[in-house]
Write a protein that binds this ligand. Structure first.
Ligand SMILES: Cc1cc2nc3c(=O)[nH]c(=O)nc-3n(C[C@H](O)[C@H](O)[C@H](O)COP(=O)(O)OP(=O)(O)OC[C@H]3O[C@@H](n4cnc5c(N)ncnc54)[C@H](O)[C@@H]3O)c2cc1C
Length: 397
């Protein structure tokens, strides 16, 4: 139904390519990824490397290693929407590898960039981004961080624990936010080699959904990090983390749109084919109105994330638009998935029908969709960001 009005040709071309890549390299594994229990061994390498082989991990980067696009943020978010249409959890994996981490790598030394970006793009190596700790996540002030980097003559020694870290069971590297000094009130972002002595990856978290987006603690016990691995300036890590999170939020807004679109398409199909009281379910005005509203909201959410991404591609600030896109797109995804389950009745609630083996994805989607409203800044935090701009920080705090 949607018409492209302002999408650049390169983005339209990429979307077609991404859709084909998702169909051939992700779809065959997606339902298994959605159901399998998290473990160190269950990282979805097949889909991860398949999407990388199709060039989708090159999208955020400059040529010659990267795709060298004029609108890389818009392109990366468009790919995220396409992946989320098939698998919300793989969109989370992609967001970490291709949005959060690449933004932190813009602050890495040229030697590290030359070494690591080809590895990231190839899908040979997984990367993580870590700000969250057991006692803090929404509130990322430096004083709240208990992961501490103590300065030495050659760099830093890091001790602490990060929680819920996407891709950590498979990653070789993490962009890690720590407090700079035990009594410091500033944060530093470090690129940490996860094969270093003193690093342990915890037991994977067993979650309601997003089973393909495997999370675990990263525990650091006196881990030595060379001074050359500082991302940005020492003591300025919060800015690096927040600039990555602004981009990540637009990506999660795009993931919300992909999930909402998939749920709407499933619901519409069911409204056309399922009969109740002698008519197709779609003859009921109740569902006509609800689906029309969802279709309208999807258009709005897609425009919102595209606008936020374009602002960044033009070198402008997009903090407010990113917050709007994240909160709006992910709340919408929850609303549409809930209605899609409702429209399918018991079939929407079933993992598999015993007698027929029939299975729609909605049980998986219903489990997956909730986290979109929580991670990368809970939606209340996004509303707070908007309210601060709207009303003024002198009033909102
Ligand atoms: C699948 C998954 C993947 C993740 N991946 C990563 C990762 O790769 N790296 C990483 O660092 N972290 C990651 N996280 C952590 C995630 O970002 C945090 O869980 C999220 O930021 C919320 O933090 P919290 O769980 O500590 O909740 P809290 O900070 O305790 O917040 C709890 C609730 O409080 C409410 N709240 C918070 N702030 C406000 C406010 N200002 N106003 C009103 N209400 C508010 C919200 O409803 C929020 O849900 C991941 C989590 C999951 C589940």
């Amino acid at each position: 139904m949607a018409h492209d009005v302002w999408l650049p040709e390169e983005t339209i071309e990429l979307r077609t390519r991404a859709r084909k890549a998702v169909a051939s390299r992700l779809a065959p594994y997606a339902r298994d990824i959605g159901q399998r229990e998290e473990s160190h061994e269950s990282f979805p390498w097949e889909a991860f490397r398949g999407l990388a082989d199709e060039g989708l991990f090159a999208v955020p980067f400059d040529a010659p290693v990267g795709a060298g696009l004029d609108h890389p943020m818009l392109a990366t978010c468009t790919v995220t929407e396409e992946i989320a249409y098939e698998s919300s959890s793989m969109a989370g994996v992609y967001d970490g590898q291709c949005i959060l981490v690449p933004q932190t790598l813009t602050c890495a030394s040229s030697a590290l960039r030359e070494r690591l970006i080809p590895e990231l793009v190839s899908g040979r190596t997984a990367f993580s981004f870590a700000t969250t700790e057991p006692e803090t996540s929404s509130d990322l002030t430096a004083r709240r961080l208990s992961t501490v980097a103590e300065r030495t003559s050659t760099g830093y020694v890091v001790t602490g624990r990060k929680r819920w870290i996407t891709n950590s069971v498979a990653a070789d590297w993490v962009s890690l936010l720590c407090r700079d000094g035990k009594d410091g009130d500033r944060a530093t972002m470090l690129l940490v080699d996860l094969t270093s002595p003193g690093v342990t990856i915890g037991t994977p978290d067993l979650k309601l959904g997003h089973r393909g987006q495997i999370t675990a603690d990263i525990v650091l016990d006196h881990v030595e990090v060379p001074a050359g691995n500082v991302l940005g300036e020492p003591g300025r890590g919060m800015g690096v983390a927040l600039s990555a999170l602004v981009r990540g939020r637009i990506g999660i807004g795009a993931a919300g749109v992909g999930v909402a679109q998939a749920a709407l398409d499933l619901a519409v199909d069911r409204l056309r084919t399922r009969h109740v009281f002698g008519e197709p379910l779609g003859a009921m005005q109740h569902w006509q109105y609800r689906m029309a509203q969802h279709a309208t909201d999807i258009e709005c959410a897609r425009s919102l994330y595209q606008k936020a991404a374009l602002l960044l591609d033009r070198g402008k600030e997009a903090d407010t638009e990113a917050a709007m896109a994240k909160a709006y797109g992910t709340r919408l995804a929850n609303d549409v998935v809930r209605d899609a389950v409702q429209v399918h009745g018991a079939l929407g609630f079933a993992r598999q029908v015993g007698a027929t083996g029939e299975s729609v994805r909605l049980e998986e989607m219903y489990r997956d969709v909730k986290i979109l409203e929580i991670f990368e800044g809970a939606n209340e935090l996004q509303q707070w960001i908007v309210a601060r701009r709207l009303i003024g920080r002198d009033v909102t705090g």
